[in-house]
Design a protein around this ligand. Structure first.
Ligand code: PLP
Length: 459
């Protein structure tokens, strides 16, 4: 045995690549869940017996997907208008994503952050380029949105120290479920069972520039907000609000942090919702200094996740400029998995597919189409279409305000029965966040079915 082959894994026990590679029977045996002969109902009983009940009972057991379609364990087909809650940017089983991840895994899947990899460096550069980040800007990779916001919280603390103990967030804002991100999240029922949470967070009414101005002073470390509030029901802010937030924070010396976990990566019809005039410039010219006006509103930090890996777990915090990018010293933050070669390859492939498929233009086309068609429905009281993040408010039935108090959850259930996956963010609000590859025809197919879904949900 040569020294090289002795050191390689090829001769290690159980590592006979020739016997394993592309052998469906071997793969099936490796992940034998016993599901093949079981119905959805049987599998859900197993779920209930084995998984923590924080999600309630799942609506279905899904076994397969392709494009915008998924199939459940009983063979039923669904048009997926939720995309894993704004995650499956390229739909399910996208050939480029599966090929790139598989190829990366078969080359080098995970290393520790004692090391780096070309895909990690490449994805960081690409994100800075897309954000037209100024010189000195940096990226920290995570595995999820909540972790990206944890990093942002620590950034705020490092900026504020003890002299700026306050952090301002927005009412109805959602930032995640880990303790720091939860402390920023507004909904009391999410937060209160876990108090005491990290202190100092206050909320002001969303979209109210004067309220922001009144609360931000030299005791504030940071203001954090979603440019469009997704979990709250897809609510954008009034024109000029993000600019006002930038002015107010700059004057007070506080950081401005945009949580683009749900809205980023093309979801709202531009690469980032806070940069609506910035649809595409994908050049390697990120080395050239960009002006502060390059983004309509340049925050000090921006968090991303969801669509970035098109289903492969990855998140990121971007820090803009020298100050924000040097607040966290070596050793002050970290992660085992964040930014590993497989996840960053998934990120690069996602961005490449969005760019090469001109998907942002398609998002805007399908969004405009859906907005117009949905607004024609007589039971729809308001449509808030921000690209393919769409909030739909539903009327109470028969003029009785109480009769329709849970119409949206009822419609989610009825839609599922009719073969559509959608979601309710509140009693009267539906949310759509389909894969960015969805076509106007697929959207029309759903819109055609909506009146009957509404009728069944209200009768
Ligand atoms: N921030 C926003 C705006 C979100 O919408 C979410 C998730 O819905 C999060 C943070 C948390 O992300 P994750 O669920 O990946 O931790």
């Amino acid at each position: 045995m040569t020294q090289e082959s002795a050191a390689s894994g090829d001769s290690a026990p159980g590592f006979d690549a020739a016997a394993i590679n592309n052998t469906p029977a071997v793969n099936a045996a490796a992940i034998n869940t016993g599901a093949d002969s079981q119905s959805g109902e049987q599998l859900l009983a197993r779920y209930t017996d084995s998984l923590l009940g924080v999600f309630g009972t799942p609506q279905r057991v899904l076994v397969r997907g392709s494009g915008v379609t998924v199939w459940d364990a009983d063979g039923r087909e669904y048009l997926d208008l939720l995309g894993g809650i704004a995650v499956n940017a390229l739909g399910h089983a996208h050939p480029l994503i599966t090929s790139v991840i598989s190829s990366q895994l078969s080359t080098l899947g995970h290393i520790s952050n004692f090391f780096t990899s070309p895909t990690q460096i490449g994805l960081a550069e690409k994100l800075l380029s897309l954000a037209q980040a100024p010189q000195g800007s940096k990226v920290f990779f995570t595995n999820s949105g909540t972790e990206a916001n944890e990093a942002a919280f620590k950034l705020a603390r490092r900026h504020g120290g003890t002299s700026r103990p306050r952090i301002i967030a927005l009412e109805h804002g959602f930032h995640g479920r880990s303790m720091g991100a939860l402390a920023l999240t507004h909904k009391p029922s999410y937060r209160e069972p876990f108090e005491p949470l990290p202190s100092g967070v206050e909320w002001v009414p969303a979209g109210d520039a004067e309220a922001l101005r009144a609360s931000v002073d030299e005791t504030v470390a940071a203001v954090i907000m979603e440019p469009i509030q997704g979990e709250a029901g897809v609510h954008g802010h009034p024109e000029g609000y993000l600019q006002a937030a930038r002015e107010v924070t700059r004057e007070a010396g506080a950081l401005l942090i945009f949580d683009e976990v749900q809205t980023g990566i093309g979801r709202t019809g531009s690469w980032f919702a806070s940069a609506p005039m910035n649809p595409a410039p994908m050049t390697p010219s990120h080395m050239a200094p960009a002006s502060a006006e390059a983004l309509p509103v340049l925050p000090d930090a921006m968090t991303l996740a969801k669509g970035l890996g098109s289903g492969f777990p990855i998140g990121a915090m971007l820090t803009f400029g020298d100050h924000a990018s040097t607040l966290l010293d070596p050793g002050q933050h970290g992660t085992t998995f964040g930014g590993n070669p497989a996840a960053t390859a998934a990120g690069l492939a996602t961005l490449h597919a969005i760019e090469s498929g001109d998907l942002i233009a398609s998002v805007n086309r399908v969004s405009a189409y859906a907005e117009a068609k949905l607004a024609e429905l007589d039971f729809v009281t308001e449509v808030r279409a921000h690209g393919l993040l769409i909030g739909i408010d539903i009327a109470a039935s028969g003029g009785d305000p109480d009769a329709g108090s849970s119409v949206a959850p009822a419609m989610v259930a009825a839609a599922l029965e009719s073969g559509f996956i959608i979601n309710a963010t509140g009693p009267r609000t539906l949310r759509l966040a389909p894969p960015l590859i969805i076509t106007a025809e697929q959207m029309q197919h759903f819109i055609d079915a909506l009146p009957e879904i509404y009728r069944r949900s209200t009768s």
